[in-house]
Design a protein around this ligand. Structure first.
Ligand SMILES: [Zn+2]
Length: 371
């Protein structure tokens, strides 16, 4: 940076000197002088902008997602342990042996925490060879009979290949953030459901086939969430969901969660109330400004099932900015680039938000400030 400043100053001096000589010899007009001055200004402004962009590339020290301390019950180490555990299964694309092991693990995990767990299986075709394959959404329910039902969801499959990796498009994709972090968020949230308002029920749903994508222009996204949404329409439950919250890529060490445009389009009040809770708790990672227009599992939920659903997602992984690396769909989407604090902060907001959704006398009495 300092080198380029010196170079600019040298340029200025050279340009100024040559301008003087030019004037003396030929008596060149004002126009030439203006062009040269313009050039100098352009170089100076350009170098200032360049330096600013470089400085904006991001922090070397990672900021905490929250300016208030995260309460101990939202356990960052435990959440990170979940993420690590899921990644230890290896790549988990739909239909893989690792996905089957992950399903068994998650089933017993949510059963142990008091949920009713069921598999929602559906048949589809492997886009590579047309062969039949089964996909499975996992549904863990708490108090399904209660009138105010809410949906929290994430995809738990991982992309077959890190096809945005410039070094190794056919390499190993672990999906620590894109796959494991959302699921780990649901797991940590399940530790918080003992004191729900007495009229609130919750389903945690893990979608299969979010990105069983071998060829971008050929294969379909969102198979699990689309099947879930269609089933919801075909066989409506007694108590409809009031709202849905999708977790995706919430594990980034440099967490910044902006409003996502489709969430605002379909579920603005849900987004606003969620970000308001974050503001009250001083979880600064939630920024109430719109950024990114994303297609994700919330689209079938909004468009087919008409469940107003927001996408809580940090799509800048690790950070925005020209020259910043991008870990999305690369071999760098690994636990090292994730943080349990980020997941814990999101779960804190989610739990406080859901606690504020009850409306009975008893649940109102639970809503004391700063809970
Ligand atoms: Zn993805």
């Amino acid at each position: 940076m300092s080198e380029s400043s010196t170079a600019i100053m040298e340029n200025q001096r050279t340009l100024a000197a040559s301008t003087d000589r030019f004037d003396e010899r030929a008596g060149a007009g004002l126009a030439t002088r203006l062009i040269l001055v313009g050039l100098v200004v352009f170089l100076i402004v350009g170098s200032i902008l360049f330096v600013r962009v470089m400085l904006h590339r991001g922090p070397d020290t990672i900021e905490s997602p929250s300016s208030a301390p995260i309460p101990a019950r939202y356990d960052a180490d435990r959440a990170m342990g979940y993420l690590q555990k899921l990644c230890d299964f290896g790549p988990r694309p739909s239909g893989s042996e690792a996905m089957v092991r992950q399903q068994r693990y998650l089933e017993s995990f949510f059963l142990e925490r008091g949920a009713e767990v069921r598999r929602q299986e559906f048949e589809t075709r492997n886009p590579n060879d047309g062969s039949a394959m089964t996909m499975t959404n996992l549904i863990a329910s708490w108090h399904p009979e209660r009138p105010l039902r809410f949906l929290f969801c994430a995809h738990y499959d991982t992309r077959p290949y890190p096809d945005r990796d410039r070094q190794n498009r056919k390499g190993t994709f672990i999906g620590a953030n894109d796959g494991a972090s959302g699921t780990a968020g649901l797991m940590e949230l399940s530790n918080q459901l003992d004191d729900l308002p007495d009229d609130v029920g919750i389903d945690l749903v893990m979608f299969d086939g979010e990105e069983f994508i071998w060829q971008e222009d050929r294969d379909r996204y969102f198979l699990g969430s689309t099947y879930f949404a269609q089933t919801y329409v075909d066989t409506p439950p007694e108590n409809a969901y009031r709202a849905g919250v999708l977790f995706d890529m919430i594990g980034d060490r440099e967490l910044r969660l902006y409003y996502e445009m489709n969430s605002i389009r379909y579920a603005k009040p849900v987004a606003q109330s969620f970000w308001q809770v974050a503001k009250r708790l001083r979880v600064d990672a939630f920024v109430p400004r719109t950024r990114h227009d994303l297609r994700d599992d919330h689209l079938p939920l909004n468009q087919i099932a008409k469940i107003p659903t927001i996408d809580v997602i940090d799509f800048d992984y690790p950070r925005p900015g020209i020259g910043s690396p991008s870990y999305w769909h690369t071999e760098q989407d690994i636990p090292k680039n994730c943080s349990g604090e980020s997941i814990a902060a999101v779960v804190w907001v989610a739990h406080q938000w859901i606690t504020a959704q009850g409306r009975s006398e008893q649940s109102r009495s639970i809503k004391t400030p700063n809970r």
